[in-house]
Write a protein that binds this ligand. Sequence first.
Ligand SMILES: Cc1cc2nc3c(=O)[nH]c(=O)nc-3n(C[C@H](O)[C@H](O)[C@H](O)COP(=O)(O)OP(=O)(O)OC[C@H]3O[C@@H](n4cnc5c(N)ncnc54)[C@H](O)[C@@H]3O)c2cc1C
Length: 388
Amino acid sequence: MNNLYFTEEHNLFRKSLQDFLQKEVVPYIDKWEQTGEIERFIWKKFGEMGFLGIKYPEAYGGMDLDLFYTVILLEELQKVNSGGFAAAIWAHAYLAMTHLNAEGSEAIKQKYLAPSISGDMIGCLCITEPFGGSDVAGMRTTAIKEGDSYIINGSKTFITNGLLSDYLVVAAKTDPTVGGKGISMFVVDRKTPGLSSTKLDKLGWRASDTGEIAFDQVKIPAENLLGEAGKGFPYIMQHFSLERLIMGINAHARAEFALEYAVKYMSERQAFGKTIDQFQALRHKVAELSTEVEFCKAFNYSVAYRLNKGEYVVKEATMSKLKSTKVADEVIYECLQFLGGYGYMEDYPLARLLRDSRLGPIGGGTSEILREILAKIIIDKKTYKPAT
Ligand SMILES: Cc1cc2nc3c(=O)[nH]c(=O)nc-3n(C[C@H](O)[C@H](O)[C@H](O)COP(=O)(O)OP(=O)(O)OC[C@H]3O[C@@H](n4cnc5c(N)ncnc54)[C@H](O)[C@@H]3O)c2cc1C
């Protein structure tokens, strides 16, 4: 499968990324997991290596590379075993920056995209609200135009990089009377008066800071509007394809990591006079789980291939996240079981993997919402078109 999608250049990129992560990231992961804070220096190092600009234009300092370089970045990030660290990086580079690149004006790209690629600025994407995340069109945050400015009022919650980010890409209603058709996207500078954030405590993703954001009469220049007013909902939906595929790829990569670890452990751990990888009950489980992961991986690569060619893969990306996150949860649950009591200990990787993986079927569209989208496509023949 590797030769189907990955060239020699891709493989060299993977190797240099692995070396970088081992040297620059792995030594700090436990500390960041404990403090809940990723130190600023690592963003600059990622920027210097070009890892934050893989899919962005060279004009802003990016590398303009095909999507399989992104696949490699996502997979290798999962293998340092900190869902929170990985999320901080991909929420910046693929949630916030995707909007800047696709809808931002030239001035916005110079001011926010270029420093995001170099690692000098960190971004976050603010869609979910305390009153409900699944019902995006029902959001209550408003951005009302007053002369050359917009005034934002409302709140957002569960925002990845919600505290450490320098700017926020925010969805708000410019016309609250027309539901989803009244949503627009903005970039908001962290230092703008009236903006405040509170850190949230959570089950997993412990290295990433997840925040609740309050907007109280936050006044931003009208030129901070991203794209056209009223088109926020289609923009969000359009980028969900990439976001959902990202979460599918993350899921197959962490499941693969869990299996690799568990199989090695099983080859060393003894019970009843033999290594536990000799017990048929466990062997067959490994065979079953590996098959599931391999199917997800093959499917996710095929979706990445089509997305890279410019196809609008709403259905397939939705399936990718739905299935892969379910498989990852099952695989990680079973791998923890293979380790017995050690699986439950923080000194072994499965405990963190288990709690980090649980977010898969929730964040970026719950599995229930994904099934709803797929049912509409499959049964009601609903079609989705790109916004731009
Ligand atoms: C750690 C973390 C990081 C996150 N990062 C971000 C971020 O960076 N930016 C951002 O904008 N958001 C972020 N989110 C929010 C995430 O996308 C939402 O939590 C998710 O979309 C669900 O929204 P909700 O929590 O409001 O659940 P709700 O919408 O309240 O749903 C509650 C339950 O009801 C079910 N449900 C709702 N509607 C239906 C329906 N029509 N049919 C069947 N079941 C339904 C849901 O599936 C769920 O089980 C993050 C969340 C977490 C936990």
